[in-house]
Design a protein around this ligand. Sequence first.
Ligand SMILES: [Zn+2]
Ligand SMILES: [Zn+2]
Length: 246
Amino acid sequence: MTTELVMNVSMILKADLHIHTIASGHAFSTVNEIAAEAARKGLEAVGIADHGPALPGSPHHFYFPCLKFIPDVIGGVRIFKGVEANILGRGEVDLAESLLERLDFAIAGFHDHAGYRGETLEEHTEALVSVMQNPMIRIIAHPGNPRFPIDLERVVKTAVETGTALEINNASFIGSRHGSEGNCREIARLCARFGAPVAVSSDAHIAQAVGGLDAALEVVLEAGIPWDKIVTRDLASTLAFLGLEK
Ligand SMILES: [Zn+2]
Ligand SMILES: [Zn+2]
């Protein structure tokens, strides 16, 4: 590994935008527990991204507008309110535009058992690149998932065109979505080559995993992605990426 060649002390990520609370139905911590863990680890910002309503066990549509009841800052940590929406088909996700626009951000991704019927690489790619045209979809979750193969170069080029960040998801390297690693490394290399924006996220399903980003960060840095192309470096870069600067 060449990590020691490329990492330095300034390369510490202070935001993590892909975190599930107990509301996802298969995750185990509350917003307050997540904020406390984030503060303990020195994070400046977290993003609450529970699964969209199409995934069994996930919250009802009504949950998402109620995220407004969560304070914007808990224990010094900025809390961004979002969703990990399910891609249903071409240009279509499982949360209405009228609800998406009330959130700070939306991640979208493919999940089994959540209404998506595509079967081929061509269908997955078409669905994904059309969803990326939606300016409210800011991040694509775990695009390296081998369960939903895509035309990686076309997706990366679309990310450049639309400004949608492609996620390098830490969980993909430590037990989720087996077989992702090669795809994730290739996506990272293509992002470096074409200059696509990248989000590095934990996909935490329990507070202890919040801010666990080391495996993904190593892949990003090894690929040669410039530091400023990571849109979730810290609070300031995340605010700028989400268009939430005052
Ligand atoms: Zn996911
Ligand atoms: Zn997730």
